[in-house]
Design a binder for this molecule. Structure first.
Ligand code: LLP
Length: 426
């Protein structure tokens, strides 16, 4: 078999009838670490970052990796070394960034429900910016900062009421969503913020959704943000940075999102046109940096052909890969060692006791018991949303770097799962 790459997956290729991630033979990784197993390509992550960096050449931009997509310490470390900051959404996220060598001043803290304790710790650590999502949060943050004798650096997250044209669960910038402050309330909120003793206004922020594959929602959101910046600055409140959030989609199944560089060429042209070309920018990409860098390797446990459906039961499940069950998401599923046989149509399902535990419907495969399959585009929002449902330990993660492989997380044991619990006795 001649080597060939998979569409949209430049770091995955079949060589000698076997699937490789960079120079790592995935079947060898499965043998060494067991299945299910996540493997990530370092080169793919750095290539995705480079697409943004190319688009921003010559501009003042801080890329803050939205670590909710994949918060493995080994992944954070890689992005920290590449100069990224981080978009965090909890105190735990902050601890991960600090443990992996990230610097506090490049951290931005998003999320609608920050607790006082989280605010206090983030202020003490000296993070770069709080992206504030409600007027009530602003008042609490001011109180917490004042008590510490500090001023919290703040951006207000704008809800621009723009339809990102993605799955409803991952749309965030529409009026009916819980995120950000409604466009018409933004100016009064900045005026209020400017008078608070514990607040220092530094920027403005928005994030309209995730897995966005079109440019127009971004361009619309940008226009609405810039209108606000003009109105806020006209009141004498300087906006030092503009944060456009993340959200750029990836190719799961023939999706055609714009390349990060192309998207930003259009956005920068608009910024230039409106006189904001030299303003400090921030972005918070998650999925587009890691999604297509990862695969989940799983073993076929049993085949159960049936009258209505053929079930291919694998050892990965909705606890490892929750996106199909949660968002009816599509992930390509391919064999590690394809064989020359006529494929049939299979439902690829996990061992969990729910009909919602499926990984792929109607897939053309020629599986046999014991075969290994790869679930593609599994670098984002898979391990980060994994759970222990059905007392399943979370899978190990391997970072592939050319010919080298690093186990960045070992498989969770049942002992670790039970550690925080105790019997009542008596
Ligand atoms: N910034 C903020 C404030 C966000 O809420 C998010 C994602 C991001 C940045 C990063 O967005 P990205 O570049 O990754 O699209 N679990 C879902 C995705 C949820 C996204 C939540 N927010 C999924 O598996 O599709």
């Amino acid at each position: 078999m001649t080597p060939h790459n998979l569409p949209g997956q430049p770091h995955l290729a079949y060589r000698d009838g076997e699937l490789f991630l960079e120079s790592a033979r995935l079947s060898a990784l499965a043998q060494a670490h067991g299945t299910p197993l996540f493997a990530y390509s370092k080169a793919a992550m750095l290539a995705a970052l480079a697409a943004y960096q190319r688009g921003f050449a010559g501009r003042r931009v801080q890329i803050c990796y939205a670590m909710k997509a994949n918060p493995a310490l080994g992944v954070i470390e890689l992005f920290a070394r590449a100069g990224c900051g981080f978009d965090i959404v909890s105190g735990g996220d902050m601890d991960r960034v600090l443990a992996a060598g990230g610097t506090p001043d490049k951290i931005i803290f998003s999320g609608v429900g920050k607790t006082r304790a989280e605010m206090r710790r983030a202020l003490q650590a000296g993070i770069g910016c709080f992206n504030v999502e409600s007027e009530a949060e602003l008042d609490v943050l001011s109180e917490v900062a004042t008590a510490l004798g500090l001023r919290a650096p703040v951006s207000i997250r704008v809800n621009p009421n723009v339809d990102p044209k993605t799955h409803p669960y991952i749309s965030t910038g529409l009026k009916g969503n819980k995120f950000g402050i409604a466009h018409e309330r933004v100016l009064p909120t900045y005026l209020h913020a400017a008078g608070l003793s514990g607040i220092r206004v530094v920027g403005i922020d928005c994030h309209i959704g995730s897995q966005i594959t079109q440019t127009e929602p971004y361009l619309d959101a940008m226009d609405r943000m810039l209108d606000l910046v003009e109105a806020i600055e006209a009141e004498g409140i300087p906006i030092h940075h503009i944060d456009f959030g993340g959200g750029l989609g990836i190719d799961y199944n023939g999706d055609t999102p714009p390349d990060a560089g192309q998207l930003w060429a259009l956005l920068l042209a608009k910024l230039d046109e409106r006189g904001f070309g030299q303003r400090q920018l921030m972005i918070e990409p998650g999925r587009s940096l890691v999604g297509n860098a990862g695969v989940c390797v799983t073993e076929v446990l049993y085949l159960k052909p049936g009258e209505q459906k053929n079930f291919c039961i694998v050892d990965a499940a909705m606890n490892d890969l929750p996106r199909p069950a949660m968002y009816q998401a599509y992930h390509q599923i391919v064999p590690l060692q394809p064989r020359d046989e006529e494929p049939e149509v299979w439902e690829v399902v996990g061992p969990i006791c729910e009909s919602g535990d499926w990984l792929g419907h109607d897939r053309n495969l020629a599986p046999r018991q014991g075969d290994l399959l790869a679930v593609l585009s599994a670098g984002a929002y898979c391990m980060s949303m994994a759970s222990n449902y059905n007392s399943r330990g979370r899978a190990p993660e391997v970072l592939v770097d050319g010919g080298q492989t690093h186990l960045i997380r070992r498989r969770e044991t049942i002992g670790e799962q039970m550690q925080q619990e105790q019997l009542v006795g008596g």
